[in-house]
Design a protein around this ligand. Structure first.
Ligand SMILES: [Zn+2]
Length: 194
């Protein structure tokens, strides 16, 4: 009898372990646009924008003030594939590069957010936890680097932290939509090589 019970229990145990491993690797948490380093299909993606090529997306913030907030963790809930740029609520949020507003979205975690597609189509810039969009901002609208597109806020799951802009950069494969792409660290792209 004991041997029979064991032959049932062991495969069950292995199945549970396998499931736990899958959850551990993929993680149940959120990431705006699913931009997780090292995961997802291996498809050709646009190269990241050159170092220091982006405009600082918050008005009045200098490159020297930026802090690297990139954390990769086995669970996306504990990772942070973005840079957080602290600023008072209402501070103008600026387009980091020339492009087009692809999606204005309200997410549970990201809050009021903007997804901007680069002019060459290969990059998506994500601006999250916004207070509000710039007046008359609309999907499909062309924007240029430095243009005011929104204001800093605490929408989504940002209430606990001091007000900040959560900013992501996603390298896109051909045909990928605004919520897809692969996250890359925005910090060196904003900060520059020096
Ligand atoms: Zn963040």
């Amino acid at each position: 009898m004991k041997r029979v019970a064991l032959s049932v229990a062991l495969p069950l145990l292995f199945a549970l372990l396998a499931l736990a491993a899958i959850i551990y690797v993929t993680g149940p948490g959120w990431s705006v646009g699913g931009g997780e380093a090292g995961s997802g299909p291996q498809v050709p993606r646009a190269p990241a924008p050159p170092l220091g090529s982006l405009a600082i997306p918050v008005e009045g913030v200098t490159r020297a003030a930026l802090v690297n907030g990139w954390r990769v963790a086995p669970s996306s809930r504990h990772g942070h594939h973005a840079i957080d740029i602290p600023a008072p609520v209402g501070t103008p949020v600026l387009a980091a590069a020339d492009g087009r507003i692809e999606k204005l979205n309200d997410g549970e975690s990201s809050g009021t957010a903007i997804y901007e597609r680069s002019r060459d189509g290969g990059t998506i810039y994500v601006y999250a936890h916004l207070d509000h969009y710039a007046p008359a901002l609309s999907e499909g609208q062309a924007v240029h680097a430095g243009q005011v597109i929104a204001a800093v806020g605490v929408s989504g799951d940002a209430e606990a932290a001091p007000p900040h802009l959560h900013f992501e950069v996603h390298r896109m494969a051909p045909g990928e939509a605004w919520w897809q792409g692969r996250g890359v660290n925005p910090y060196p792209l904003l900060k520059g090589a020096g």
